[in-house]
Design a protein around this ligand. Structure first.
Ligand SMILES: NC(=O)c1ccc[n+]([C@@H]2O[C@H](COP(=O)([O-])OP(=O)(O)OC[C@H]3O[C@@H](n4cnc5c(N)ncnc54)[C@H](OP(=O)(O)O)[C@@H]3O)[C@@H](O)[C@H]2O)c1
Length: 318
């Protein structure tokens, strides 16, 4: 079993005073740890969450531990494009800079369902909501450069429970074929990776970097539609070392590296992996492999087509 990679301690001690960082889905799991660590280092962290009261409780808990931490909760429902637009407007009305956008929020293997705008839930929340959000914040990211966009993808963009990751342009929302929650998750996580790649290409020369990450298999609420949380937290946890399940603090390390690492701008567009299980020998396990084993993740035609389709679907093409 590959060892969990930990972010360089010097990066986790770096003073981030004066930086403004948005973390979506920051009230739980990897996002919560990411928000806490960055606020502890002095950044002003905006927790973009659909359950604002929960985020406010998290802020109280963080400030109790780190009294000088500066965090703010703002409402964002990625399953509703009107909410994404409203969040972006409120953020831009009240902040004049954005150093890092962490597109962290996500859902996995959800029962069949649609977002408010009629998109398949996982494609809509994980990809399209973040696609629109990022676009609406691009100008402020450019004026705040050097700046970064970090997108949470997954090794499941390659293969999720036996389903190969692909972008099903003929039926993105599972309207013709039978819904499959793992196929939909793989599609959404491949879209996340391709989004970061597409951003890197279009942001060349702006000093805004964009990367995607796989955090490892992390003990969070993400699994709740697949396995009851008590099974994960009480039955699987004692054998987590054997099965490769890591704790949220460990799972946040890849995101933190992507936010803080000095190597990141030179690798813009790359896929950073904490602990991928690869079929491709070129992507070494346990490193920061920067390479996806999925051939579709390297297909520029698919990436460009997804970009255009995403602009259409989110109303950016009009
Ligand atoms: N855990 C893993 O093993 C693993 C592996 C690979 C990749 N990832 C990725 O890591 C990211 C973080 O997941 P996690 O493991 O930390 O899971 P988590 O604990 O379930 O956190 C997910 C976060 O996303 C939020 N969210 C869900 N739907 C949303 C919506 N419509 N609008 C706004 N926020 C929404 C959740 O809010 P609520 O609390 O309101 O539901 C929660 O804050 C995800 O993108 C996931 O795909 C995780």
């Amino acid at each position: 079993m590959a060892k969990t990679l930990m972010c360089d301690p010097s990066l986790l001690a770096r003073d981030l005073s004066g930086q403004t960082i948005i973390v979506t889905g920051a009230n739980s799991g990897i996002g919560l740890i990411t928000a806490e660590q960055l606020a502890k280092q002095g950044a002003h962290v905006v927790m973009a969450c659909r359950r604002v009261e929960e985020a406010e409780q998290c802020i109280q808990d963080i400030v109790a531990k780190h009294p000088s931490a500066k965090l703010e909760a703002m409402r964002l429902d990625l399953g509703d494009l009107a909410s994404v637009r409203s969040f972006a407007k409120s953020f831009l009305d009240s902040h004049d800079k954005l150093d890092v956008l962490v597109n962290n929020a996500g859902v996995m293997n959800t029962p069949e369902g649609k977002t408010k705008d009629g998109f398949e839930m996982q494609f809509g929340v994980n990809h399209l909501g973040h696609f629109l959000l990022t676009d609406l914040l691009l100008d402020v990211l450019k004026t705040s450069a050097p700046s970064r966009i970090v997108v949470l993808s997954s090794c499941y963009h390659d293969q999720a429970m036996g389903r190969d990751g692909d972008i099903h342009f003929d039926d993105l929302n599972f309207e013709s074929k039978t819904y499959d929650g793992w196929e939909a998750y793989a599609q959404s996580k491949l879209a996340n990776l391709l989004h970061a790649k597409g951003l890197a290409k279009r942001l060349e020369g702006t000093n805004v970097s964009a990367v995607s990450v796989h955090p490892g298999w992390v003990r969070t609420n993400l699994i709740k539609n697949s396995v009851p949380l008590w099974v994960q937290n009480y039955v699987m946890r004692p054998v987590s070392g054997l099965i490769g399940l890591i704790e949220p603090w460990e799972g946040a390390q890849t995101t933190l590296h992507a936010v803080l690492g000095d190597d990141v701008p030179a690798n813009t567009g790359a896929y950073y992996s904490q602990k991928g299980i690869y079929r491709d020998k070129a992507a070494k396990a346990g490193g920061w492999p920067l390479h996806s084993p999925n051939p579709v993740a390297h297909d520029d035609v698919v990436a460009d087509k997804l970009w255009d389709v995403s602009r259409e679907l989110t109303g950016l093409a009009n």
